[in-house]
Design a binder for this molecule. Structure first.
Ligand SMILES: NC(=O)c1ccc[n+]([C@@H]2O[C@H](COP(=O)([O-])OP(=O)(O)OC[C@H]3O[C@@H](n4cnc5c(N)ncnc54)[C@H](O)[C@@H]3O)[C@@H](O)[C@H]2O)c1
Length: 266
């Protein structure tokens, strides 16, 4: 069914039979990703640090026939991630062949990113731990099975802030997302020979709970500076991830795709 050479090949149905892990799936972009993959027939493992987000989302998505499992874990904790991936695989009865490393944080202080001089070193470390090390931990826990099956699709969620100066976030966030892009490209090289593609999405400002901590004034400024004249919706990020993990994009790897309404054009 998923071999592009077979007559049954259909880009629109290519998530049927796939098993997908989504981190930070409890709300925002992760929740839209979960809904999108489920709607295309995939089995989905939801991972999130917040039990309340997770149970709410699982209850909402758990329609009759949906193949869904949920696990609480902090992506920054390698052992916890490995255990959660094992539990989710066991519940779903399959190893993960699609992974979306979406969990991320962007701390704000009174609606704005803190300056580097005022940054608490502990905040720097936590942001790098979640956004960068968390991405490593999730990929590290899932890649061996992809290599064993000779197939895999990995999506990392970076940010336009990892590609250029974006004054509304902190230096820790920008640095962690730039590193995620480097990690993505390196992995695409390493894992290509195993039939695994690795691509990054770089969202602009997307309307999720993450940006509720940002002042309305700042969000209005970003919308005004965006050629499409508005902020993005989580589903608009999810749709690009669905394409990149479908057989239609089987020759695309090592790319960073901005989903930013034209805010950045390089
Ligand atoms: N919203 C935006 O404007 C925007 C822009 C660019 C990039 N991004 C990136 O997109 C991703 C999703 O962002 P969002 O806007 O949906 O955020 P969000 O805050 O709305 O949701 C993030 C989810 O991740 C979970 N999470 C946080 N830390 C975690 C951890 N350590 N382990 C496991 N789960 C954790 C949270 O509980 C939450 O459910 C992040 O990586 C973010 O940096 C978002």
């Amino acid at each position: 069914m998923n071999d592009p050479k077979t007559p049954q090949y259909s880009p629109l149905r290519t998530h049927l039979g796939r098993t997908v892990l989504i981190t930070g799936a409890g709300q925002g972009i992760g929740a839209a990703l979960a809904a999108g993959f489920l709607a295309r027939g995939a089995a989905v493992g939801l991972l999130d640090i917040a039990p309340a987000h997770l149970s709410l989302r699982a209850a909402e998505l758990n329609k009759a026939g949906a193949r869904l499992a949920a696990a609480v874990a902090d992506v920054a904790d390698h052992a916890a991630v490995t255990q959660a991936v094992g539990r989710l695989s066991e519940t779903l009865g399959a190893t993960f062949d699609v992974v979306v490393c979406n969990a991320g944080i962007s701390p704000k202080h009174e609606g704005r990113g803190v300056t580097m001089q005022d940054m608490d070193p502990a905040e720097w470390t936590r942001v790098v731990d979640v956004n960068l090390n968390g991405t490593f931990n999730v990929v590290h826990a899932t890649v061996p099975q992809m290599i064993a099956t000779g197939y895999g699709r990995i999506i990392t969620i970076a940010s336009v802030a990892g590609r250029t100066y974006f004054r509304h976030v902190g230096a820790h966030y920008a640095a962690s997302k730039a590193a995620v892009i480097g990690f993505t490209k390196h992995l695409a090289g390493e894992l290509g020979p195993h039939g695994i593609t690795v691509n990054a999405l770089a969202p602009g400002r997307i309307v999720t709970p993450l940006i509720h901590s940002v002042s309305q004034e700042v969000n209005d400024q970003v919308a005004a500076a965006t050629p499409l004249g508005r902020l993005g919706e989580p589903e608009e990020v999810a749709e690009v991830a669905l394409f990149l993990t479908s057989d239609a994009a089987r020759f695309v790897t090592g790319q960073v795709i901005d989903v930013a309404g034209g805010w950045l054009m390089t």
